[in-house]
Design a protein around this ligand. Structure first.
Ligand code: MRU
Length: 340
């Protein structure tokens, strides 16, 4: 396989390497990943996370195993196991489907490697196109609110919603970002804050429950978020708390944009009601973990509800920023997402 380098994933010196997003921003630790069990564990523990990145990391691992001489049956099993790790982000299923097709070819090892390389390189190009299109929606001195982490850490390129912010800041140096900390796993507070600081884009970190009063005070001009799966009718799943923001934005008449590559579309899902929502461990809500260890604050017997994602209905979305264009409610109602 050729050398491939992204912010949190690379194929270098003959191994797949992933940056541990659980330990960021305090520690930059890279894991060399050589087995399905290891990659599965990295994905389940969100050391590897973000819809596009999960699919790409799993793909590079399958390509590595193909290079190591694993049989077609072993590679099929690897694909099945990796695909079962997280149910909501459809990019993983998209990548695994492309690798399954490559496996049908006579020279399957070479075909799988070439397909994994293509998936990685395509993602960089998709990110750049979304970022360029989305940046045109941003105006000088905008205050933009974002949720979770959708940057270079979550993709092979510059990111989705955060990629838009990255490109917009190059055109308008005076924009400012409100960063939702994004409970329970704090992808905003840990990762988005870290990326914005590295890009030298001014930001302010807030707790998720502060967004409403900021909007009421007129301090949010636009909202950009990513997606883990977009249904044919435009409903989409994203990190839990996204729906809250969409409702608030609607009430306060603030434009609400979702940014995602076509690999996040699932036109087989008629509406958001069909998107499977991952439920996660109670410990993520009863306390918090990171490079500092685990701190539990809730009573040991506390009953917990912990869906990783929620669904935002299409009627709350101002526009869908995909790599193929910016689509408005009338386009989506006319079925455009089934044709891109
Ligand atoms: O659970 P995570 O951290 O993988 O969730 C990530 C998100 O919800 C992102 O917003 C989404 O994957 C889009 S990232 C480009």
């Amino acid at each position: 396989m050729k050398e491939l380098v992204a912010r949190s994933l690379k194929y270098q010196a003959g191994t797949v390497q992933v940056l541990d997003q659980y330990l960021l921003p305090h520690e930059e630790t890279w894991h060399h990943c050589t087995s399905v069990a290891q990659m599965t564990s990295l994905i389940l523990t969100l050391k590897v996370r973000g819809a596009p990145l999960i699919g790409l990391a799993a793909s590079l691992l399958v390509a590595y195993l193909a290079e190591q001489g694993h049989s077609k049956a072993q590679l099929n099993t690897a694909i099945d196991e990796l695909e079962a790790t997280r149910p909501t982000a459809v990019n993983l299923m998209h990548c695994m489907a492309r690798l399954r097709t490559a496996l049908q070819q006579q020279n399957y090892a070479q075909a799988v490697v070439a397909e994994a390389e293509r998936l990685f390189e395509e993602d960089c190009a998709l990110c750049d196109r979304m970022a360029t299109l989305g940046a045109q929606l941003v105006e000088p001195s905008d205050n933009i609110l974002t949720h979770c982490n959708t940057g270079a850490l979550a993709t092979a390129g510059v990111g989705t919603a955060l990629g838009v912010i990255h490109h917009a800041a190059r055109q308008h140096a005076d924009i400012h970002i409100w960063v939702d900390e994004t409970r329970p796993l704090l992808q905003g507070g840990r990762l988005t804050a870290y990326e914005l600081a590295q890009w030298q884009i001014p930001y302010t970190l807030i707790c998720d429950n502060m967004a409403a009063s900021l909007m009421a005070a007129g301090k949010v001009d636009k909202i950009f978020v990513g997606a883990d799966r977009i249904a044919a009718n435009g409903d989409f799943a994203n990190k839990v708390g996204t729906y809250n923001l969409a409702v608030l934005a609607h009430y306060h008449q603030i434009p609400f944009y979702v940014v995602a590559p076509v690999t996040t579309l699932d036109i087989g899902c008629a509406s958001g009601a069909e998107i499977p929502i991952e439920q996660r461990a109670e410990s993520e809500v009863t306390g918090v973990s990171g490079s500092f260890g685990h701190c539990q604050w809730a009573p040991a017997q506390a009953q917990v509800y912990n869906p990783a994602f929620d669904v935002t209905p299409a009627e709350l979305i101002t526009a869908w920023v995909l790599d193929t264009g910016v689509y408005y409610p009338q386009d989506v109602a006319a079925g455009v997402l089934g044709t891109v």
